[in-house]
Design a protein around this ligand. Sequence first.
Ligand SMILES: *Cc1c(COP(=O)(O)O)cnc(C)c1O
Length: 402
Amino acid sequence: MNIKEIRAQFPLINNQNIVYLDNAATTQKPHCVIDAFSEFYCNFNANPMRGIYDLSVAATDAYENVREQTAGFVNAKDPSEIIFTRNATESLNLTANILSGTLKEGDEILVATSEHHSNFLPWKRIADNKRLKIKYLDCDSEGEYSVESLKEALSEGTKVFAIATVSNVIGRVNPIREFAKICHANNTLICVDATQSVAHMKTNVIEDDVDFLAFSAHKMYGPMGVGILYGKKELLEKLPPFLEGGEMIEYVSKEKTIYADLPQKYEAGTVNAADVYAFGKAMEYVKKIGFEEIGERERLLTGYLFDGMKNTDNIRIIGAKDSAEHNCIVSFAVDDVHPHDVASIFADSGICIRAGHHCAQPLHILLGIPSTVRASLAFYNTKEEIDFFIKVLSEIRSRMGY
Ligand SMILES: *Cc1c(COP(=O)(O)O)cnc(C)c1O
């Protein structure tokens, strides 16, 4: 991987004197994604699906081609299993909402405690509204979920299990394929939040046999404003719509509504065609580099970051003790220093990292730490940036007067 050439594609990190280590919050965008907006608005802008004139057809094609491309990207059987939303949060809310009608009092939902609030709160809400039982699956102190604990937590009444491929705090990959098998043997659906894994490793909804899978384009070099939901066709076909309005119907009268087929049933109103078009460019870009190359470089960088932190005094790393279990994410605490002070010292040095509970407060409560600092990588980061990060990290306590 020619890192100079790669960085030249990302104007923000290339032109500004910053070290960007907040990739788990959002990634930077390459030129091909940035240029895609003007490409779309200069060449294809019309309301997709509405007109039969050439321009509307071109807009529809630009949009629908990305749906096909997305199906290929996650290895879905059929493009109609791909629904575009605003972000992962909306995809997960949509899933919980459309499933809620199939659940009845006494049914159970199981949610992994380390979930981002986006895959936690929607389930809690439908559980409250429909008087469902909600149970939480705890990880151990290193963030690991065991197959045994899942088997024990499932009961006959468990209808849905919600878990991420990779936690945005811990960075460990969960054994989704094994979990899906166990869930299906119990007639439990599995809803997977893949937001932290899609940019770093291959997604394969068929091999993993997941029922729903959600992510955001903006955490994989694409634009903000596009979320993706994959859902198995046989499920989406029989579930009700989430939002209602234009373009999601076949027929409407005062007496009767017939909903449109998939995927239109789930895409009410004018779609975010330009952003979806730009998301297509992001997938193309990632595919061109390839997940093998990306994975190899990111493992190297993660190991380098992890070792540097491990060798720094008074740092407590959250999660696994082995860098191989941290996929681009290392969350930590500095003894005696509040995470917000840590982040602000980094900010003064031009290093962008995140402090807080990272929208995963139940996990922090489980681990007994109110908040953490998180450094998160992408393949465009460099060892020099990590060296600088470690240097500032090693000075934090003395800068705070310890
Ligand atoms: C960022 C994130 C989300 C939410 O993504 P949005 O784009 O803000 O909707 C959900 N889950 C995980 C694991 C995340 O990292």
